[in-house]
Design a protein around this ligand. Structure first.
Ligand SMILES: [Mn+2]
Length: 343
């Protein structure tokens, strides 16, 4: 009933056989992980642990605070904080899962260069466009609204559903909720809701999860949000808006990881706007971090790939710029004015 796409049955069988005896397994989410990356990683961690494997999640860098309640979060190791220990664990692994990304560069320069040299087989489960070819087992489908939803299907194909306990279900539910904007983005399907129903049957406390995720704001975070909303600029002719936060804004409101999550969507929520960009000045990293959102056929994946060293999905993508904030915004405006991005 779930399988909108047919997965290669040889691949499934081979991976299933591989997991039929206890293995050392490392699970990696993308750098600057979000709810879907951590949800899928910890969900898989619980399932594999329940199946009898020795599993370990290694995140490239720190998690945002709004995920610190998740079951199993205390077991996660951070690659950039304990590089040697992480490298040892990776070297000793039998198999490595990469979740919610599809090119190794998404783990960061340093982790990428280490992963590239590893001889072990990789498994990719991901829903972004244009997957790379580093994985022996690739489960990639951009039709899915979240890696967590796709992973739920893959776990069923691997006959691992009985190992999805309440903790695993809680993690998988979290990824589906966060990547679907609480079930409102267009890729939310009947299948999404059917899977969610099964997760609730497994004991997920959905109201508690929404409370953990969305009702734990700090005063500073709301003030920072107010600042970002005041910084929205409209380009009505181009059906475009953009917003920005300067390094000074971030400092003033004591910015914490995750505080700017989702703010870009307000740019798109304005009547008549089909494309929006959110520029964040990260002086420490020497870049302007950019998020793009769009509606309908406006393809921000292509846009971010072509102009801003990024990519993602058709309607949600990220990128970066090495110019100053002013220069980056000026460049964005020029591109939007000159190119027919919006028909
Ligand atoms: Mn995702």
């Amino acid at each position: 009933m779930y399988f909108r796409i047919m997965m290669n049955s040889t691949t499934i069988k081979e991976l299933k056989d591989l997991l039929s005896s206890p293995k050392k397994i490392i699970i990696i989410p993308h750098r600057n992980p979000d709810g879907d990356a951590i949800g899928s990683s910890l969900g898989l961690y619980h399932v594999l642990t329940n199946q009898g494997h020795s599993a370990q999640v290694i995140s490239p860098n720190d998690l945002p605070n709004f995920l610190n309640w998740m079951p199993g979060v205390e077991t996660i190791k951070i690659y950039e904080k304990s590089e040697q220990e992480s490298q040892k664990l990776l070297s000793e692994a039998d198999i490595i899962f990469t979740l919610d990304f599809n090119i190794l560069l998404r783990t960061g320069d340093r982790m990428e260069s280490f992963l590239e040299k590893l001889p072990q087989d990789f498994v990719m489960i991901d829903h972004h466009q244009m997957p790379g070819d580093y994985a022996k087992f690739t489960f990639s489908d951009p039709q899915y609204g979240s890696t967590c939803e796709l992973m739920y299907v893959v776990l069923n194909l691997l006959m691992l559903a009985p190992y999805i306990d309440t903790n695993a279900a809680t993690c998988i539910y979290t990824g589906i909720v966060t990547d679907s904007g609480s079930f409102k983005f267009p890729k939310t399907t009947a299948q999404t809701h059917r899977i969610v129903a099964e997760l609730l049957d497994k004991g997920v406390k959905n109201a508690d999860i929404h409370n953990y995720l969305f009702d734990h704001n700090s005063f500073n975070k709301l003030q920072l949000m107010g600042k970002a909303l005041q910084n929205i600029v409209l380009m009505p002719k181009q059906h475009t808006s953009y917003l920005f936060l300067t390094e000074e804004d971030l400092y003033k409101y004591n910015h914490q990881k995750g505080d700017t999550e989702g703010l870009v969507n307000y740019g798109l929520s304005i009547d008549g706007i089909h494309l929006t960009a959110f520029f964040i000045e990260r002086k420490e990293e020497g870049i302007i971090k950019i998020s793009f959102r769009s509606q309908g056929d406006v393809d921000v994946n292509q846009f971010a790939r072509k102009y801003f060293e990024g990519g993602g999905h058709i309607n949600a993508a990220g990128g970066k710029s090495h110019l100053s904030l002013e220069e980056t915004i000026a460049r964005f405006k020029k591109i939007v004015e000159n190119e027919k991005i919006i028909a």
